[in-house]
Design a protein around this ligand. Sequence first.
Ligand code: FMN
Length: 224
Amino acid sequence: MKAIFINGSPRKNWNTAQLLDSAMQGAADAGFEVERVNLFDYEFTGCKSCFACKIKNSKTNGVCAIRDSIRPVIEKCQEADVIVIGSPVYFGYPTGSVRSLVERLLFPLDTYLFDEQGNRMKVPHKTVQTALIYTMNCPEELSHKVGYDTLLGFTGTEMGRLYGYNEILCSYETLQFKDYSRYDMNLFSEEQRKERHETQFPVDLQNAYDLGKRLAQKAVEANA
Ligand SMILES: Cc1cc2nc3c(=O)[nH]c(=O)nc-3n(C[C@H](O)[C@H](O)[C@H](O)COP(=O)(O)O)c2cc1C
C-alpha cells in the first residue's frame, strides 16, 4: 500500500519537512511504500474553473483534467491509500501552493449533485486516510483565540468529506531561523524558540511518527 507526503513549505528540510519525514517513517514502519514530494519543485496553478470535471458524462473520474507539471503528483494521490499534506501557516492559511494543490485534488472529487436522499454526492473513490500537518509561529492558546482552528480546519473538513477521513496535527512556536540575530525582529525570543525546539519539537516529531503509523494501520483495516 502507498502513502504520499507532500511538503507545502518552500524549505525542504525545516519544520514542516521534518515532521512529514517523521510521519513518513511511521508509515514505512507499518509496511507502506512511501514517498515525499516537495510542492515548490512544481510550477502549477490552482483550479482554472474549466469545469471539465463537472460537465455531463465527464470522463475525468476524480482527476483534474489540467495536464501540467503537478499532474503526476495528482495521479500519485489518486493511487495513494494515505495522503499527508504539510504546510506552514502563512497569514492564517495554508501556503498558496497547498491551497492550489487542494483545489486541484478536491474539486474533481466533488459534485454539484444531491442524491435521492438529499445527500451531497461525490465521485466514487476509495476511502483515503488523510492528514494535514501545520507548523506556525503562533502559540497554541493564541491560535485558538485568533480562529486558526476554523481557518485551518476547513481544508481538513473538506478532505475528510471527500476522502473519507482526515486529522490535523499542529506544531506551534516553531524555530524560524538558525540565527535570529541576523534578522530585523523583536517579536520572538530566540532563546525561547531554541528551548522549545529542544523540548517540544521532539514531541511533535513523535506525534507525527505516530500519526503516519496510525493512518497506515487504518488504511490496512479499511481495506481488509
Ligand atoms: C510569508 C510568511 C507568513 C507567515 N505567516 C504566519 C502566520 O500568519 N501565523 C503564524 O503562526 N506563522 C506564520 N509564519 C511562520 C511560519 O508558519 C513558521 O515559521 C513555519 O513553521 C515555517 O515552516 P517551515 O519551517 O517548514 O518553512 C509565516 C511565515 C512566512 C514566511
